[in-house]
Design a protein around this ligand. Sequence first.
Ligand SMILES: [Zn+2]
Ligand SMILES: [Zn+2]
Length: 827
Amino acid sequence: MFEQIYPKFKEIFKRRWVKVFLAFIVVLMALNIVFPPKVNVTYSTLVTDKKGEILHAFLSTDEKWRMFVELKEITPTLRKAILAKEDKYFNYHFGVNPVAIFRAAFNNITEKRRTSGASTITMQVVRMLKPDKRTYLNKIFEILRAIQLETVYSKDEIFQMYLNLVPYGSNIEGIKSASYLYFQKSPDRLSLAEVVTLAIIPNRPTSLRLGTKNPLIVEERNKWLKRFQKAKVFDNQSINDALLEPLTVFRHEAPKDAPHLSLRLKKQFANEAIIHSSVSKATQTKVEQMVANYVNRTRAMNINNAAVLVINNETMQVEAYIGSAGFNDKLDGGQVDGVQAIRSPGSALKPLLYATAFDKGIITPKNIINDVPTNFNGFEPENFDKKFNGKVSVEFALANSLNIPAVKVVKDVGKTTLIEQLKKAYFQTVKKQEKDLGLSIVLGGCGVTLEEMTQLYAAFANDGNWQKCSLLNVMSLDDKRTGLSWVNKCLKNMQIWNKPPRQNSTSSEFRYPSLKKGEEFSVSANPLQMRGEQLISQSATYLITEILAQIKRPDLPNNFDYTYRLPKIAWKTGTSFGRRDAWSIGYNKKYTVGVWVGNFSGEGVPELSGAEIATPLLFQIFNTIDYNTSSEWFRQPKDVVSRQVCAESGDLPSEYCSNKILDYSIKNNSHTRKCTHLKKFYVNLSESMSYCMQCLPEDGYKEKLYSNLAPELISFYELKHVLYEKIPTHNPNCTRFFKTANNAPIITNPNNGSEYYLNTNDAQQLQLACQTANDVKEVYWYINDRLLQKTLANQPVFFRPSLGKLKISCTDDKGRSSSISVMIKGE
Ligand SMILES: [Zn+2]
Ligand SMILES: [Zn+2]
C-alpha cells in the first residue's frame, strides 16, 4: 500500500506550484515569528453604569475618542451594511481578495489611477494599525500582514478591530465613538439609516463631516441605500423607511457623569477600555442634582460642599457616588473627592460602640448611666449643648448623642476593643493612628472617610455582617465567553479589586485564565473583602437599629416640616469638633445612605451640625430613591428577649425595687446584675442617726431604705442643688472601724500621675477635690501622709504645694481612703 502511495506523493512534491506553495507557507510562518502582528491600540476609558450605559468617557492616551466596541454591540444590521459596502467576500477570503487585486491592478495600469477597491476589511485594519505611504511595496507588505492577521485572529475579532479604528474625522475614531458623539447612543441602538450613515463616512471623513455636511451625507446615504435595495441586502420596507429618515445630528460632548467615581476607577483600572461600575445612572443623576441644589442653599451660611454615598445593602454595590457638590466648582475644591476625604466623624461612631457593649453583655438599652461632669484622667468631655442630664438610660444617651456616657462606655468596653472593631470594619486611618488614639475616639478624635462610615452602617443593615462595598458591577462578569459563570457566586461578595486582573486587557470583562473551579482566588489583598465579617451580632444590631429608628429625638432638624414624608429609617448624626463636619448616615433594609456636609477647606461654621444640616439632605435622598418601597423592617432575632428590670438602674430588680420596666436583653449574653439602687440602713426613730450591726441599740431603731448614689452623682446633685435623701450620720459612739475599699473617696483633682507647673513668683495654689459616698459627711486631706485639712465632703480645698513628688490622700469619716501622686515643677 505504502509503496504505491509514496511515489505518487513524490510525484506531487516534484510539481513546481506545490513547492512554491510550501515555501510560501514556511515564509509566512517565519514572518509570523519574526514580525508578529502588532495590535497596539489604546482606547478611551469608558466608565459605564450598571446597565452598561456610558457614564463617563476619557480621551485615549493619544488624545483620541476611540471607544472600544463590544461584540454584543455589533448588530446583524451593522455587520451586513458595512460588509455589503466594504467587503462582500469578507467571510470567505483569507485576508486578500485575489480577484479584486487583479482587477484593481488592471485598472491602475490601464486608467493610470489608483483605486482602493481592492482593499479588504483585513487590509484596511492593517493600514489603520500602521499607516504607511501608499506605495506598491507597502501594498505588498499590507497584503502579507493581512494574511498574517487572518491566521492569528478570528473574523469576528478582525471585524471588531475595523469598527474600532475607522476614522470619522477630527479626533473621532471607531464606530462607537461616532455613535455616541453624534447619535448619543450605543451602536446596537442605531437605525438602518444611521448605520449606513456611519458606514459611508470613513472613506471621506473630511468632506462628509457629520453636523456640518448633513444634506450631502443624506444624498450619499440614500445612494447607498438604493444600491442595497437593488442588491437585496435589506428588505424593501426597511430601506424605504431609512430613505425618509432625516439627519439632524451634530457633535455632542462626551459624557462626563459621576466624575469622582470615574476618575477613581480609571486610576485603579488604568488598562481597561470599559469599566462596568455599579452605579445606577438614574439614581446618580437624581442624587447629584439634589446635592447641588442643597448646597446652593447652604452657601448663604458659608457651607460650600457635600458628599453622598448610596449603597444597596443587598448587593453591597454603590448605586450613587457624589464626591462633591460640583466637580467644576474650582473655588470650593469641587474636584476633591469627599467620599474618600479623611474627616472627623463627630459622634457618628457611637452606634458601633454601644453595639459592641451590648455584645459584651456590659449594658442593655435601659441601663442607667450618670451623665455628670467626669474627669477621665485629665480628659473632661462635655456634651454638645454643654449641659449634663444626670441619670440617663443607654438608649437615651445614644439617641441624644451624649458624650460623657459614651466615653464611660468606651472605658468599660476598652479602647483597644473599639479600635479592633474599627480595624475589622476596614477603617484605614484609624489603623494608622492606632497608637495615638484616646478615649475621645468615640467623640470624633480619629480620621474616617464617608466611604468607611457608610460601609459601617451598611453592616447594621445587614444584621451586623460587614462587607466592603463594591464600585463595580461584578455581574457583568457573567459572560459566556469567559466560561466562568461560576465565578459569579464567589464574586457576589467580592469587592473592589486592588489590581487590574489582567494587564493590557482591552476587553470589557475581567478574565482569570489561571482559575480552576473551586480555587480560591487572590484578587484582593484583604481576604475579608471576599467573605465579609460578623462585626456585631444580629441581636446587638437589632437593639441599635431600634434605638436609631426612634422618631422622638433631638437630632431631627428643628425646622423639619412634619407634613413632609418621613422615611422609616434608622439614622445617626455627627458633628465634629469646631463644627467642621456634619454627618447623617441612615439605613433601611434596602439602602444605606451616607451624607457629609462641610467645607473642604476645613473651615468651621456655627450653623453646621449633623441634625440641622446633614439630616434634611439624608431624608430628601431617602424619599427620592426609596419612595414607594414596601415598609419591610428588621425582624426581632430570636435571641433578643424581653425582661423586667428596675427602672432606676436597668439591672435585674432586687427585693427593694418597685418600679419595674421592660427591657431587651440578649439571651445567654447580657449581664444579670442585681440592682443595688437602694440600700437598707438601721436608723433611729427620728432618722437622724444610723447604726451598724455592732452599735445597734436594743430598741428605738427602725429599718429604712436609702438611695445608693454614686459619689459622682452626689457631687453633681450638690453642684446643681438637687435634693436627695442623705443617709444619717453614723452613731458617734460606734467603735467599728470602717475600712473597705468600696466607696472610698475618688480624688477628681489633681489628676493622678500628672505634672503641674507652678509659677514660683506667684501665690498659685492647687485645688483638691473629691467625690464621696452618700454616707460621708467629712473628709481628711493628707499631703505626703501629713494631715493638711479636715473639710466637708464635696468642698474643694486649696493649698500651695512644695516642688517635687507629692502623695495626696483623702480619707472619709468612715475611714475609707484613696491616694494619688503628682509631680510639681517650678518654672
Ligand atoms: Zn432597683
Ligand atoms: Zn456602728
